[in-house]
Design a protein. Structure first.
Lengths: 324, 336
């Protein structure tokens, strides 16, 4: 068994060891080992040139990563909380994401931006957001969000070896989760995964939504409803094929999103399936959050999150009484 | 705060010239490169009015001495990040004028295949990591390039305007480069106007150059219309970067002859101010300097003829190129 945060650290260590071009920097990532203790020991092991602390300067951090990536390095940076991604958008959206295309493919931009994301930690409205959807409409940018320790290691290694800029979202409520060691050393970005097989309903999720959907699926099984759970792994590129194959079997599609329905990725998944396989669909809907900022108070935040209970309740309401 | 146009005088610049000896070949080449930039900008203005250059353009006529002087101090492998007023930045770094002109025209033979356009030119082969359409972007790009450059024994230079010195990018990157001891040179092309607004109205404190003190880095105030002064300051700064991993801020005072962009007649600038600066045209100053140093007039004229011919050929080649064909364009979102 391996802890999620250790999987992150191992992936970084192995890639820094493997490729001299890989460097890792951010706020409090070196001496302090990261605010979520994901990266202790890396600085001691690899030294100042490969792993270093930076000023609290998100624009300079992301800009430096972009400039370094187009001149020979493969930087991995940490923008501590996903919410902070509002600051460095210019370098990532206007420069890094567009470089390959507008340069007429003169060069690549191999950089990774790691961030802690998600609600449930009582961090309030501005330390709990999932920024993936802010960036989902930007061609040239990949967005990955692992759901288990094994996925975290394989996807992070895949992100570091990818020649394109990648946003890597690590859910705060997953850091302490333990799970099986990875089977696949490097997971290439853009392939979804069937996390649980079932014939009655397809539940699509990503990041912490996957273990939540799996817990819900176990509960639904007691009702006699067998849910298939798809772990998207990446929001861009979006592996619609894997979802289509599942829906062809189940004819029912539920997308569970930690974030507002408006402008979210779940609506994009439903749209893609409707466009390409309307004939396979008997039903399709979304369980998402309210259209408000994320609340602080435990009672409010718990009610806000798309928990396993909320997923089960949503499915029961939609399908009618328990089949059993 | 400097008064606009009260920068170092021509006389002061002349008094700083070396006492004797004919100029080396590289000064002729630099003068030729400045002329090429001037011709390029005038041609782009002409082609814009003919509808051949699309969207908008930001011309750098009048500011040629800064990028040319800076690039004289660089080696071929060094990195440069420029601005949306970047045609001169690219040409100074070595971008082929025909390929640059074709890019302006949106042609397939453009340096970026017509995908980038006037504000976003990238030419990695010549170390131009990019030109940045958002004010201050070049500082961040050069700071990152300096991370690579530090390993590679190279130097990274950012060119940016006075407007950029009020962006967070300026302050974050100077601090970042200083604390991480990066081989970077930050070159402000202070043309005294951020788009239509005079710099004094929106810039607190004293001169831009004084801001270096806050970050504990070396700096210099430079007559940006004097090629020799720019080269001299740049050589020192580049040496400090390459050998000591210490960044430098240079404030090069200069002036644009055209307005901010194609649609701007620049009526907000006082006539006397414009005349004062036109009298200090960097091309005229460079020509006078070459002759004063003993360059034969015939050699200077040969450089001038050659620059004109190069530009004429570049426009001809650019216009001969096809537009990219959407039917055969094989663009991919990601590199494999």
């Amino acid at each position: 068994m391996i802890e999620f945060r250790v999987a992150i650290r191992d992936a970084l260590a192995e890639e820094i060891e493997r490729d001299p071009a890989v460097v890792f920097f951010g706020e409090d990532v070196a001496a302090a080992g990261g605010v979520f203790k994901a990266t202790p020991g890396l600085h001691e092991r690899f030294g100042d040139e490969r792993v270093f602390d930076t000023p609290i300067s998100e624009l300079a951090l992301a800009g430096a990563a972009y400039g370094a990536a187009v001149t020979g390095l493969r930087p991995v940076i940490e923008i501590m909380f996903g919410d902070f991604m509002a600051l460095p958008m210019d370098s990532l959206v206007n420069q890094a994401a567009k470089f390959w295309y507008i340069s007429n493919e003169q060069g690549t931009v191999p950089l990774v931006v790691r961030s802690a994301v998600g609600g449930g930690g009582r961090f309030g409205a501005i330390h709990s957001q999932m920024h993936g959807t802010w960036f989902q409409g930007i061609p040239g940018l990949k967005i990955a969000a692992p759901s288990t320790p094994a996925e975290a290691k394989g996807l992070l290694k895949g992100a570091i070896r990818d020649d394109n800029p990648v946003l890597f979202l690590e859910h705060k409520r997953l850091y302490s989760v333990k799970g099986p060691e990875p089977e696949e050393e490097v997971i290439p970005l853009g392939r979804a995964r069937v996390a649980r097989e079932g014939d009655d309903l397809t539940i699509v999720a990503i990041s912490k939504g996957v273990p939540d959907a799996l817990a819900a699926a176990d509960e639904l099984a007691a009702d006699g409803v067998e849910a298939e759970v798809i772990d998207l792994r990446t929001l861009r590129p979006l592996d619609v094929e894997t979802v289509l194959a599942s829906v062809a079997k189940t004819n029912r599609l539920l997308a569970v999103e930690e974030g507002p329905r408006t402008g979210g990725w779940a609506a994009g998944v439903l749209g893609a399936v409707a466009e390409q396989a309307l004939h396979d669909l008997d039903d399709a809907w979304i369980v998402a959050t309210d259209e408000t900022p994320i609340p602080y108070s435990p009672t409010l935040e718990d009610a806000f999150m798309p928990t396993p209970g909320a997923i089960v309740a949503g499915v029961r309401e939609r399908l009618g009484s328990p089949a059993a | 705060m400097s008064d606009i146009g009260a920068g170092p005088s021509v006389e002061a610049a002349r008094s700083a010239m070396p006492p004797e000896g004919p100029p080396e070949r590289r000064w002729f080449d630099a003068y030729g490169r400045m002329l090429l930039i001037r011709h390029f900008e005038n041609e782009m203005q002409r082609l814009f009015l003919k509808g051949e250059v699309h969207g908008t353009t930001h011309l750098a006529a009048g500011q040629e001495a800064v990028p040319v002087g800076v690039c004289m101090a660089l080696e071929a492998g060094d990195y440069l990040a420029g601005t949306y007023r970047g045609h001169g930045h690219a040409l100074a770094k070595g971008t082929d004028p025909a390929a640059l002109a074709a890019e302006m025209l949106g042609r397939a033979n453009g340096v970026c295949g017509g995908r980038a356009g006037s504000m976003n030119v990238i030419d990695l082969e010549h170390g131009l990591v990019g030109c940045y359409g958002i004010v201050g972007g070049s500082l961040a790009a050069a700071t990152g390039a300096a991370l690579s450059a530090k390993r590679q024994g190279r130097v990274a230079v950012a060119l940016f305007g006075d407007g950029a010195t009020n962006q967070a990018y300026f302050h974050e990157c100077l601090n970042f480069a200083a604390v991480h001891e990066l081989p970077a040179v930050f070159v402000c092309e202070n043309n005294f106007y951020g788009e239509f607004t005079p710099m004094q109205k929106v810039t607190a404190g004293r001169d831009i150059v004084a801001r270096a003190t806050a970050y504990g880095i070396e700096s210099a105030l430079v007559d940006g219309n004097d090629l020799w002064a720019v080269e001299d300051a740049a050589r020192e700064a580049v040496g400090r970067a390459r050998h000591e991993n210490a960044p430098t801020l240079l404030e090069c005072q200069t002036y644009r002859h055209y307005g901010h962009s194609k649609s701007d007649p620049a009526t907000y600038r006082p006539k006397e101010e414009v005349e004062r600066w036109l009298a200090r045209d960097p091309l005229t100053l460079a020509r006078e300097r070459l002759l004063a140093l003993g360059a034969p007039e015939a050699d200077v004229e040969a450089v001038e003829r050659s620059a004109r011919e190069t530009m004429d050929r570049a426009v001809e080649d650019a216009l001969a190129g096809p537009y990219p064909d959407p039917a055969t364009d094989r663009a991919t979102e990601f590199s494999a």
